[in-house]
Structures are given as structure tokens and as C-alpha cells.
Design a protein around this ligand. Structure first.
Ligand code: SF4
Length: 328
């Protein structure tokens, strides 16, 4: 029997109200996430990719209940976390942590590194100050910093070092799942590879599962075994990382791949680059949400929204071209 996934997300929806108040109705709704479903296995890295505003960060935050969903179901280790009371979820929350994008704003400048890293343990009264300090020192060593750094403040570190502090904080509660929200996009290119390698090493050592959120498909391809591409609040393609690079099936994915440099100069990337802006999620296009930007658009596309269906073994696509014609 196949192992049950660590995380199962089903038909997740988030619509944010605009305007209104206690007595007044909102005058519009931002349709940030529209029925997203996926699973994350134990020890798996699952990528969520898309342009800014596609809803990927909102999905990551809903998984941790930092944002409450409008609808849908989230099961972690077989438990429906949206039905849990605040108290029940507080115990569960230690098993799910987040690494934020910006290593400058995500660390409290008034706290020492020791206080920051050991913060998730503060709620556990069984762990005394000395033990917290020892755990924090051990975690700094794991992420390539020194125990001597415990008494320093965030401003004394570079961007890459701060992100390592954020990673140590996320590891402190011994989580099983980490949502890494654009964890390297604020870093210099030379530092990005170091942090990605660190995340991979830690995954091996601790058996972690990742939801790796990024706008950069090349970063996600490097670290993730399966990837979902989001567009305007929906998943439009979901497949293994190998299939993404060898056989993208959705025109949006193909366009995203044009931004990824290919290692073989004899096989240049021939897909068309992406043009135009992401439509307004307050008033999304009818039918296929990608149709105003799609070079393959035909008469059915603006009328009916294509469902996310299987195109091949484990490869899901939401496009009316998924009828064998393929992308040319
Ligand atoms: Fe393009 Fe139509 Fe496919 Fe949408 S359904 S991606 S508009 S071809």
C-alpha cells in the first residue's frame, strides 16, 4: 500500500474582501486562490511556482494557518487542521515551520541570535534556558554559523548569514514540514547556491518535507522532485521536475521556461517569451485565465475554464490543448 502523504490540500480557496466594514458589505473580492489541490510526501520537496500575485504565497501561509482559508481542506499527518481549535493547532504548529523571503525584515533586530533561534522552544516550560541555549548553539553549527554568534544581533550579519539564522529558527522545533517562501530570492546569486545546498543537506539529515515557493523555475527544478505551476490562483500544471524541463504541456509553463537558461547552446530554447501582465484577480478573465496572454488561444478558451486533468502518468495539465495536439 502506498504511504499516506504528510500533507494533503484539497480545493483550497481564499478570497480577500475589499472595502466594507462591520456593517457594510465588501465592494469587491480578490480571488487569490481558487480551488488548489496537491499532496506533499514525507521527505519530499514540492515546488510552487508562478509570477508575483499568482497565489503561491497565500497557499503556503494557509497551510500553516497564518491565513485562514475561505474554503477547502488541509490534512497534516491525516488530521484535518482547519477543524482544530486554536489550542489544538498550537501543538501541531511546531511540526510545521516557515522560512521567510526577506532575511532583513524577518528577524527582530532587538533580539539576540540565541533568542531568535530558540524562540519556538519558549512555549515549552520543560526546556530550561541552558538547554535552549545548547540547542540554539547546535543549530547554528548545523547551518554553518558559530556558537560565538549567539550573543550577536541580526544587523551584525550578511544577508546569507541572516537567512541561515532564519533556517536555524525554523529547525528549532524539529518540524516535519517547512514552507520555504522565496528563501533565496533576496540573496546574491553567489549566496543562493550555498543556501539551497544547505536546505538539501538539512532535508537529508532531518528527513524534512519542503513546500518550496518561488517565481524562479530554475531554482525550484534544482531542489524539488514535483512542481506545481500556479496562474491567477489556480494550478495549471503539476508534474515531476524531469517532465517539466523535458515536456512542459501548458503554454504558461513553456513561457516560464524561456526565462531558464539552457546548458546546451546547440538546443536553444524556442518557446515564446511571456508577454503582458497578470490580469487583475478582482476581475479575472472568463474561461481559461491565461487566454489573454496565450499564443495558442482558440475559440473555446475564453468560454470554458479547462479542468486540471491527467495528461500522462502523474502529469496534470489545465489546458484545452491537452487533447494530444501538444505545443508547437
Ligand atoms: Fe491557451 Fe487555451 Fe490552453 Fe488556456 S486553454 S492555455 S488559452 S490553449
Amino acid at each position: 500500500m502506498p504511504e499516506a502523504p504528510l500533507l494533503q490540500v484539497t480545493d483550497l480557496v481564499k478570497h480577500f474582501p475589499l472595502g466594507g466594514g462591520v456593517l457594510a458589505r465588501p465592494h469587491a473580492w480578490v480571488q487569490a486562490v481558487n480551488g488548489v489541490s496537491f499532496t506533499v510526501g514525507r521527505g519530499e520537496s514540492f515546488g510552487l511556482v508562478g509570477e508575483s500575485g499568482c497565489g503561491k504565497t497565500t497557499v503556503g501561509r494557509m497551510v500553516l494557518r497564518l491565513i485562514e482559508p475561505t474554503d477547502g481542506r488541509i490534512e497534516f499527518d491525516g488530521l484535518d487542521i482547519l477543524r482544530m481549535s486554536h489550542r489544538e493547532f498550537t501543538g501541531m504548529r511546531r511540526r510545521m515551520q516557515i522560512i521567510f523571503q526577506d532575511p532583513y525584515s524577518s528577524l527582530d533586530p532587538r533580539m539576540t541570535v540565541e533568542q531568535i533561534v530558540s524562540e519556538p522552544l519558549r512555549v515549552d516550560r520543560r526546556i530550561g534556558r541552558r538547554e535552549r541555549s545548547d540547542i540554539a548553539a547546535g543549530l547554528l553549527d548545523k547551518v554553518g554559523l558559530r556558537a560565538a554568534d549567539l550573543d550577536k544581533f541580526p544587523h551584525e550579519f550578511s544577508g546569507g548569514q541572516r537567512q541561515r539564522i532564519g533556517i536555524a529558527r525554523a529547525l528549532c522545533a524539529r518540524p516535519e514540514l517547512i514552507v520555504a517562501d522565496e528563501p533565496v530570492s533576496a540573496l546574491d546569486v553567489s549566496i543562493q547556491a550555498q543556501v539551497i545546498n544547505l536546505l538539501q543537506d538539512l532535508q537529508q539529515e532531518f528527513g524534512l518535507s519542503y513546500i518550496f515557493i518561488s517565481h524562479d523555475l530554475s531554482v525550484v527544478e534544482h531542489i524539488c522532485s514535483r512542481i506545481a505551476v500556479m496562474y491567477l490562483g489556480s494550478i495549471v500544471e503539476l508534474a515531476s521536475a524531469e517532465r517539466f524541463s523535458s515536456e512542459p504541456r501548458h503554454p504558461y509553463t513553456a513561457a516560464l521556461l524561456t526565462a531558464v537558461p539552457l546548458p546546451d547552446p546547440h538546443h536553444p530554447n524556442t518557446a515564446m517569451p511571456l508577454e503582458g501582465d497578470v490580469p487583475n484577480p478582482i476581475d479575472p478573465p472568463s474561461g481559461c485565465p491565461f487566454h489573454p496572454r496565450c499564443r495558442y488561444v482558440f475559440d473555446r478558451c475564453p468560454i470554458e475554464k479547462p479542468p486540471l486533468v491527467s495528461a500522462a502518468d502523474g502529469h496534470l495539465v489545465a489546458c484545452w490543448l491537452n487533447d494530444g495536439r501538444g505545443l508547437e
